[in-house]
Design a protein around this ligand. Sequence first.
Ligand code: ADP
Ligand code: MG
Length: 672
Amino acid sequence: MSIYAPLTQLKGVGPKREEKFRGVHIETILDLLYYFPRDYEDLRTPSTFSKGRFGDPLLVKGKIIGKRRIKTKLWKCSIVDREGTIGEVSFFASDFLYPKLEVGRAYYFYGDLGFFGNQAQLTNPKFYTEGQFPKIQGIQPIYPLAKGLKQFEIEKTLELALESLGDLSEILPRPIREKYGLMDRKRAIYEMHRPTSFEDLSEARRRFIFEEFFLLQCSVFYRQGYDINLEGIPMKDQDLDPILQALPFDLTSGQARSLEEILDDLKKDKAMRRLLQGDVGSGKTMVAMLAMLFVVKNGYQTALMAPTEILASQHFQTMEDYYEKFGYKLALLTGKTSPKERKILLEDLAQGKIDTLLGTHALLEEDVEFANLGLVITDEQHRFGVDQRETFLNKGKAIHSLVMTATPIPRTYALANFGDLDLSMIDTLPPGRLPVQTKAIDKDHLHDALNFLRRELLKGHQAYVVTPLIEENESLNLEAAEKVYQDLQKEFADFRLALLHGQLSNQDKEEIMEAFNRGDIDLLVSTTVIEVGVNVPNANVMFIYNAQQFGLAQLHQLRGRVGRGKDQAYCILYNSSDTEKAWERMSIIESTRNGLKIAQKDLELRGAGDFFGTRQSGLSRFFLGDALKDQDLFQKAQKEAQVFFRRYPFSVVEKTPLGDAIKEVEALLSRT
Ligand code: ADP
Ligand code: MG
């Protein structure tokens, strides 16, 4: 059986289970084999309370000597371990377990060790009877779960897949494997799912991280037709000082460094392919403008594409004064531009009378022709597909490209999506910003929170209320938004409210945003359409309904809409669920301000498939490695791929299992 065969080829996998796996982007046997555990539990040998370390997981065998209910949904057992130490296990919200634990019997408990007073305690541990334990004893894999897929279903199906391992050939060239001491593929797959020891597990991981980097790099070369060095227009140095002096602020160190990296690239005869990453509010727009003016001063045109009209016109407003002051021509093209205006604009553009064109994906239309385009910039790039980016790049010859994002993209993903892409990071925020105070609340505190919101409005501030997200169903989203809007209209009858949602026409959206911008609206109730980039400094409260339904990175983005002025800003996360996982996610947002860390956590908690959404389906297995953390392996793999590609023509490689793997990855990449 081929490892590229669909899951249903496995005995006992029917359409129902296939469907569930599809939900986490597992379609082939290979996908499943590469669905690696997110963590492991050490259930090898039971320890004792006295040997456990605070905060670490502990496996302990203990006899129950007492059991009591503290209140509804909370009960505790006292247990004694083999050294005679008495400890406690407590269970929340799992009443059905109560009768399962019998006084006088011994069980194996596994959970994080904490203390209650000076008594050792495990909260919500897993537990096994003496009969059950031998069956699970060992290093147990924990798989990322999603969409109704259960742990045992994954394990059972994997069991079947592992039996077909006979068909799994090695894909890494032997000299490379020997040079870096990499475990062979078959054994490594086995170790990932059924580790014999933590040492072997770590060797298996190392192998796959290398494989991942190597394959991605190979497929990028393959895709580019080995054209590793793209030709570019070399720019001459320009004096940007007059422009820098005209700015109302100094650049932050992160901005200055990123700008310098960009200018260095632009001066080379190799086309720039750079990703500018910076947290929300870090000031990417200014860096973009300065880079564009640098190119304009060189006599070339530039273009910047933003995902929404609101953003595009906000960029226009930010930049127009500077362009005017220095005698350059800036123009804006969106879906809203009238046919008459558009015609004139396109003529000017083709004749080179426009220096910089800002806009939405309207820039991509075929009749938008430039005279001599030198640089294209894509803002919030994750909103655009690879095709759109490529269309944009094809508007000129040998042009430089910069993509900007506030969504921290794991380096591997960036590589996968953009090929050989260099990274600049704005890791500083403009001075004087107070961090946004973030608080997650439950139903009981909703009323207080709304009162708090009222007090801020009374001080003359504005606020955003983001309404529940209902899967990807726009009409249900709207219903939920309207419900919240009606309730709030009653609650805040003395304020000016507006409702913004995805089904409004662009013009209506724009008008509402402009009114909010002017301060004519106090409370903007909105679905997530405001998520990206909007900048209204007087708005200082972000109130998010059913926050548990949003991704962490998304919550972080939303929070970034406030805290742009000089006053203290607040983010209130109304969590209407009471699952432990939801509160855990809330507490990450409460305590973390670093977007990259948040994204990483999100990735861990949700798994890559969910994190990147269905658009990235199939790519999810490429996230074992982290090009930053595993920099050393990353560089080695990159170098080896380069050497390999120089040495062997693809016509030779093509007929090998490595060739198949490269083509498979390439196909995945072009699907995204
Ligand atoms: P983002 O990186 O999220 O796109 P913006 O470019 O919208 O951020 O910038 C956010 C705000 O910070 C804007 O109001 C901008 O004028 C301001 N800003 C940018 N750079 C600086 C700086 N160096 N010092 C002070 N304020 C700055
Ligand atoms: Mg921005």
